[in-house]
Design a protein. Structure first.
Length: 288
């Protein structure tokens, strides 16, 4: 015995249509995200690279041990980038709603009005404001107030269509929370899972971001890593920038300097050292 086909009243169909429209409204990007999508699509007609400043605020930068050094690095990079705005690259700041941004203090005043150099987009906590945007930038260099939170913009830029996304770990801050991921693990996830280009220095980052632009003037007084590394060896070897980056990422955040004494090669070609880290400013621990 076949049952008669179900029939639906006009009122029920109307309620279903109203519910579907209400759901679509909830899924629409926020005003900030729509604004960023329009901003990027309009400004990247010539596919300029982007220097992205993600949630750089006083609260996150001043809580870490090397806050002054981080601010000096960011100021040096922005001084180089500000002179290329409009012709070689574009600077975009993703600013958390209600937060006090550090970027206006770091921008060079001689390069013009801040609003003309930096495009500001407000975002909510945990978002990079890129949902629904289409990005045609060939390269995006991310600087974040918290390295962990750089996962958001890096993932979203790659999903939105950016050619490549790069990051310098020492141009990002730390959250200081008890369960914070180590810089080595975060950098490894960015590189091996998301496909982000991990760059070893500001000089390498500037060359990667703007290959045909002016070279970044590397200051001899500004350390490229957060840890001072001294190498002692019979052959007078020195660590490369890549090796120094890996070494500094592996060490705990409370290590300020380290002394490496090179030992024999042995049965492999891997470099081997006895390591003596300097913890904080006074205490010293011995390890191998």
């Amino acid at each position: 015995v076949s049952r008669p086909a179900k029939t639906y009243s006009t009122r029920a169909l109307g309620l279903c249509a109203w519910f579907a429209c209400a759901s679509l409204k909830r899924l629409r990007p926020s005003t900030g995200r729509r604004r960023l999508g329009v901003l990027l699509q309009a400004s990247l007609a010539d596919e300029l690279p982007i220097l992205l400043l993600h949630d750089l605020q006083h609260r996150t930068t001043t809580r870490q041990r090397n806050s002054d050094l981080l601010m000096q690095r960011l100021a040096a990079l922005l001084s180089w980038a500000a002179r290329l705005v409009g012709s070689k690259l574009r600077i975009v700041e993703l600013r958390r709603e209600g937060a006090k941004s550090l970027v206006p203090e770091l921008m060079p005043t001689e390069c013009g009005c801040f609003e003309d150099m930096v495009s500001i987009v407000n975002m909510k906590t945990g978002f990079s404001a890129l949902f629904g945007a289409e990005v045609t930038a060939p390269r995006v260099l991310v600087c974040a107030g918290v390295l962990e939170e750089a996962l958001y913009p890096c993932h979203d830029f790659l999903r939105a269509g950016a050619g490549q996304v790069g990051l310098v770990p020492h141009l990002c801050g730390a959250s200081g929370r008890a369960g914070e991921l180590s810089r080595a693990r975060t950098s490894s996830h960015l590189e091996e899972v998301l496909g982000v280009k991990i760059l070893e220095s500001m000089g390498a980052a500037s060359t990667w971001l703007v290959p045909d632009g002016p070279a970044f003037a590397v200051s001899t007084t500004l350390p490229q890593t957060d840890v001072s590394i001294a190498v002692e060896s019979a052959d007078g070897m020195e660590l490369s920038d890549d090796q120094a980056l890996i070494m500094s990422l592996l060490l705990p955040p409370d290590v300020s300097s380290v002394r490496l004494v090179k030992i024999g090669i042995g049965y492999t070609s891997a470099l081997k050292f006895f390591c003596t880290p300097n913890v904080g400013s006074f205490a010293q621990a011995v390890g191998a």
